[in-house]
Design a protein around this ligand. Structure first.
Ligand SMILES: NC(=O)c1ccc[n+]([C@@H]2O[C@H](COP(=O)([O-])OP(=O)(O)OC[C@H]3O[C@@H](n4cnc5c(N)ncnc54)[C@H](OP(=O)(O)O)[C@@H]3O)[C@@H](O)[C@H]2O)c1
Length: 314
């Protein structure tokens, strides 16, 4: 029995469908020499967002897993926009890499103005990481938790800053919430939609706790759905998935600039200065579905994530 069944409302679904057709709000203000950290900026939405911020004068610190692609991206942005672009290497499916990157970020002298958690993947087949966790859960969620937890003190000491999750309406596939006793899909049947939806839902639940922890500071935390955007997403899956995606999903996909505009607005617009803990469909605030509002699940997930991340409550 789905514990959220009675809380679901059709109006919520209709609002989401309506919002999917909207265009993002545009921010025209510049962002000169503000530091923007973006994970997974070697392709797709992360790359488009990096270009957008670079075009407005931001300094970029990218966190990617591939050195050659990182060099190429930074070179291209330096040439086109004279951007200060640097990168850290971290594979988000490896805990030690993410901890090392988190330490480097936490030790930065300057302020982080915007942190965009974008790196992510979709896997039709259950895959185990070398840390013995399910890969989508670890890459899309646990690594973002580790970065966020490691940066709490640094960010709290800042007067302002914005954390953005590139989330997805696919969190709704976790219709009955998370399997909090089985986050690595050992005892429940796995599917790409279910694991991806659960990892995105986990991000939204962590946002509840983060928003509370940053209350009274200048740090805001928000999540967004970037639209259906044609990218490399899913290309590491089998031919059947890729064929179906190209027919059913990519034909109605929007250009990457749509997601990049939204991410720029959410990170840079003065209109959002004190807005925190919200889910945006592009740039439109949307009431999340019931599993994403479950405080008790958020508390339990936080404790499990602390444990998996190797952190101890201070
Ligand atoms: N496209 C859409 O319609 C859509 C819709 C909703 C949400 N999203 C979300 O948008 C985000 C970006 O996805 P995208 O569509 O732009 O896909 P993409 O083109 O495949 O980009 C994904 C990025 O994440 C990086 N990445 C993947 N696995 C990683 C790992 N283990 N460690 C470090 N980096 C890793 C990739 O690096 P490499 O270049 O090295 O592979 C790439 O830079 C994801 O969080 C996705 O869930 C996308």
């Amino acid at each position: 029995m789905n514990p959220y069944l009675k809380q679901y409302q059709w109006s919520n679904i209709f609002a989401m469908i309506h919002n999917l057709g909207l265009d993002p709000k545009i921010c025209t203000a510049d962002f000169y020499h503000r530091l923007v950290v973006i994970t997974g900026a070697t392709s797709g939405i992360g790359y488009a967002a990096a270009r957008k911020y670079a075009s407005h004068g931001a300094d970029l610190l990218l966190i990617n897993r591939n050195e050659q692609k990182s060099e190429e991206v930074c070179d291209a942005l330096r040439k086109e926009f004279q951007t200060n672009c640097t990168y850290l290497l971290a594979d988000f499916s490896r805990l030690s890499d993410v901890h090392a990157a988190a330490k480097r970020l936490a030790a930065l002298d300057g302020k982080i103005d915007v942190l965009i958690h974008n790196a992510g993947l979709y896997l039709t087949k259950k895959t185990r990481t070398e840390d013995n966790l399910e890969a989508v859960f670890q890459t899309n969620y646990l690594s973002t938790f580790i970065l966020n937890y490691s940066l709490l003190e640094k960010l709290k000491a800042q007067t302002s800053g914005r954390i953005l999750f590139v989330n997805s309406e696919a969190y709704r596939f976790a219709v009955a919430g998370l399997h909090l006793d089985d986050l690595s899909w050992n005892r429940h049947p796995y599917s790409g939609l279910k694991s991806y939806g659960a990892a995105k839902l986990a991000q939204l639940l962590s946002m509840i706790k983060l928003t509370e922890l940053y209350q009274g500071t200048g740090i805001t935390v928000n999540a967004m759905h970037p639209g259906n955007i044609k990218t490399n997403s899913g290309q590491n899956n089998g031919w059947l998935y890729k064929k179906l995606k190209s027919i059913l999903v990519d034909r109605s996909a929007r250009p990457m600039d749509v997601a990049a505009e939204a991410l720029y607005y959410l990170g840079a617009s003065p209109e959002l200065e004190h807005i925190s803990g919200k889910f945006f469909n592009l740039t439109t605030v949307e009431e999340p579905a019931p599993p994403a509002l479950d405080r008790s699940a958020a508390e339990t997930l936080w404790k499990i994530s602390m444990d998996l991340g190797g952190f101890y409550e201070k």
